[in-house]
Design a protein around this ligand. Structure first.
Ligand code: SME
Length: 166
């Protein structure tokens, strides 16, 4: 990807997600290195939605998650399976929406300012490769609309990207 990305200046959340989905084939072409794609994917979301305080990937390595490309403050480098929201999603492989992280048992607070989050699993050919984690300083920042579109975006990303075993 070489040309500048034009992001919508206004519109509701669905309009913005639809715009991003339309642009994805050009932004994330087959053949680009997976680290570059995951980095730009994080940047695209962070720039598109000001409500996001942190967005990034945790990738499966052995039985744990390790910090991958992200946008935001310095974060926890390793998350054990079953721990926190990301660790739960590693087990359930289902998207988790957390309206208030302070009420989530075992939540890992990398940034004490974070109040809500959504975590989407990265599953390709039945194999869990990692998770996409989005945090916000607002409570209830993410909902079923985010779940629907983020799952679509992740599916599209994984269809053209190979994330190797790390
Ligand atoms: N909130 C996550 C930990 C990762 S940081 O938010 C970046 C969790 O509890 O899984």
């Amino acid at each position: 990807m070489s040309s500048e990305v034009v992001l919508p200046k206004s519109g509701n959340k669905e309009d913005i997600y639809n715009h991003l989905l339309e642009q994805m084939p050009y932004l994330f072409p087959e053949g680009d290195h997976y680290l570059s794609l995951l980095s730009n994917f994080s940047a695209l979301l962070k720039e598109s939605f000001p409500v996001i305080s942190w967005v990034g990937f945790y990738l499966v390595s052995d039985e744990k998650l390790v910090l991958g490309p992200f946008q935001g403050k310095i974060a926890c480098t390793e998350i054990q399976s079953g721990r926190g929201v990301c660790g739960k999603v590693m087990v359930t492989r289902e998207t988790e929406i957390v309206a208030n992280v302070h009420e989530f048992p075992g939540h890992i607070a990398c940034d004490s300012g974070s109040n809500s989050e959504i975590v989407v699993p990265l599953v390709k050919d039945g194999i869990l490769l990692g998770v996409l984690d989005l945090d916000s300083y607002e409570f209830s920042a993410f909902d079923e609309v985010d779940k629907k579109y983020l799952e679509q975006m992740v599916g599209q990303l994984l269809s053209t990207t190979t994330i190797p075993k790390i």
